[in-house]
Design a protein around this ligand. Sequence first.
Ligand code: PMP
Length: 345
Amino acid sequence: MIELESLVRRNIWKLTPYSCARDEFKGRAASVFLDANENPYGSPLNRYPDPLQEQLKAKLALVKGVAPSRIFLGNGSDEAIDLVFRIFCEPRQDNVVAIAPTYGMYGVCADINDVEYRPVALRQDFTLDADALLAATDDHTKVIWLCSPNNPTGNALERHAIEHILTAFSGIVVVDEAYADFSNLRPFRLDLDRFPNLIVLNTFSKLWASAAIRLGMAFASEVIIGLFNKVKYPYNVNLLTQQQALKVLDDLQHVELWRATLLNERAHLLPSVAELPICKAVYPTDANFFLARMTDADRIYNYLVDRGIIVRNRSRVQLCGNCLRITIGTPDENNALLGALRQYR
Ligand code: PMP
């Protein structure tokens, strides 16, 4: 990796961040708060929340095995995705390289930030062609976007190929592990020491069943997390979200039960869909969804919608012709899906 300073936009490197009222007295005891123009009535939601979410990060650090100083929390991982562009990519000058197909927000955030987006196709079997990605980079490539397990294909990318990119590329590599809780592979957040250019994304929205509270995580070196903290909105994670996240972390046993149930359902649903005459292939998955190639995805999608069952039609996505992306639901929901597909004519 080259010097971090040369990867960061000049205005961001030089930025003096907004200083929150509460930051200025930090560390000393206080009980009278007349510093932030809040209304003194209506506790506790009258007060601004902790801008750096320290209590939550201390707890998360234990669960994730990453020091609090290497954790950024945002309004969904989508906030972290946008911040990567705003920190590293000079509009109309820099570019990013990404696997294709993959999660759509990397491309949307590139467009919003006016940064060139260079999609590089996975192989036909959805494995990662590291050299093809590296060949698409040039002197203005700041970031390579990887997603593992990948959305919408469901497969985890091979670790050795990801490591090859991390070593050979001198810019930032993002590995979005939103779905890693559904695989048994070693998560990349445990390898931050080996890869100073690595940013790993996790989320409360998937296994942790908290999509509604909008809470995403980025794990990276302390310097990179420092840049996230400089650029983010001062109070980007609201108090209700912080409180609810602490409750989730207090009940991880429940989460383990969900994981076991969903993996069991996945093991049953995949072969059942695969044996339907209208299904040409289901692809191996490490996530809580899978991709199924159908005889006529558009017609089957509309048929399911008419029965109140919504899956994701991915048939117009690169390499995914005639594919539906199906999320693993409860046993009842999965049976409803299977029953409907069995009756399809
Ligand atoms: N990354 C991937 C790969 C996703 O599929 C999604 C949501 N579908 C996200 C990130 C966004 O997650 P969040 O809810 O944390 O913004």
